[in-house]
Design a protein. Structure first.
Length: 346
């Protein structure tokens, strides 16, 4: 009889549990599982999608855990399990940043270093007016610009860039292109490379650019890249194929010349693809803050910190120091432009 009554009391308490508590508990457990899954099982569609929002997911997990504790009014072993999972995920987030971040260099020890300014921007097929972009370029005066998703915008870009940017990598006549480069410094051995095995589907970019940039007598190897965004299994495979081919190509053609790789990578810092590429090529990057600032936003630029990710990168080998990285203002694309000053060490 007592057992029946206790069961009734338990069921009554369970029924009286607020729906909000159920939702918060389920959400916190789901976020924690997703973070740990991304850590232990990288490379699949779910973990690669989650990698775009690791800081947001960790923040949401801690907030959810706090609300859950307050509403539950007592400690449960599931609370401790989620806390442990969130701590492990936070440690992974910080470690991943440190692995790819360029160590601080004292440039005063290298007075003969050559410096130049670079810019990268995904134009979103330039489905907006050019005035904001033109004003930004005139204000920042980059020495080298890499555009992605140029499409048919090349003539409009040339109209206001031709005068100050005498060198360029442009598409063949009467053809569109995904990548273009404009430079104030001479570009030598420029080449438009195609990644085999990706077909001709426009949603999966299959080209990358390479060139030697002559910066006042000091040469560097430039690689401009734009792999596919992993929004489906097919596009994830396309990105993997693209990045693997670029990595092998660079290793095959690498010399003692310093290199830089930049563009819209469609790959966040916490993606295993990003970490592996930088490790294989011995590249480093830098960030504007401890947690990498958003360069690609979703829905609205004002919501970029919440609904956005850093997928545009400027990386370099050890003979090039990246300084003064800056995320520019919105010019109408779904990406923010990124700028940096690069110093070529002697």
């Amino acid at each position: 009889m007592k057992s029946v009554r206790s069961d009734r009391v338990f069921l009554k308490k369970k029924q009286n549990t607020p729906i909000l508590l159920h939702l918060v508990r389920a959400g916190t457990l789901a976020v924690t599982f997703l973070l740990l899954f991304s850590l232990v099982a990288p490379g699949n569609l779910l973990s690669e999608a989650a990698a775009f929002f690791i800081p947001q997911l960790i923040a949401a997990g801690f907030v959810g855990l706090l609300i859950w504790l307050v509403m539950a009014r007592r400690l449960h072993w599931l609370h401790l399990l989620c806390l442990l999972g969130l701590i492990i995920s936070s440690f992974w987030m910080v470690t991943s940043i440190r692995l790819v971040r360029q160590p601080t260099a004292i440039l005063e020890n290298h007075p003969e270093s050559k410096s130049f300014n670079v810019m990268s921007l995904n134009l979103l097929h330039m489905q907006f007016g050019k005035e904001a972009l033109q004003e930004l370029i005139e204000k920042r005066q980059p020495d080298l610009i890499v555009f992605q998703e140029t499409a048919s915008a090349t003539p409009r870009l040339q109209a206001f860039l031709r005068e100050n940017y005498q060198y360029a990598i442009l598409p063949p006549e009467k053809k569109d292109t995904d990548l273009t480069v404009f430079s104030k410094f001479p570009l030598e051995n420029s080449k438009r490379n195609l990644v085999p095995g990706l077909g001709f589907n426009g949603y999966i970019p299959r080209e990358f650019l390479s060139a030697d940039v002559n910066v006042n007598g000091r040469k560097i190897q430039l690689y401009a890249i734009h792999p596919a965004s992993p929004r489906s299994k097919r596009r994830l495979n396309g990105r993997t194929t693209y990045v693997d081919y670029v990595s092998k190509h660079i290793q095959k053609h690498r010399t003692d010349t310093p290199i830089m790789v930049l563009g819209d990578w469609n790959t966040p810092v916490w993606s295993d693809t990003f970490q592996k590429l930088l490790a294989d090529l011995k590249l480093k990057t830098t960030f504007t803050s401890f947690v990498p600032q958003t360069t690609r936003y979703f829905i609205n630029p004002f919501l970029g910190k919440v609904l956005g990710s850093k997928v545009d990168h400027i990386t370099s080998s050890e003979k090039i120091i990246i300084k003064d990285l800056m995320i520019g203002e919105d010019v109408g694309s779904d990406h923010f432009p990124i700028f940096a000053t690069l110093h070529i060490l002697p």
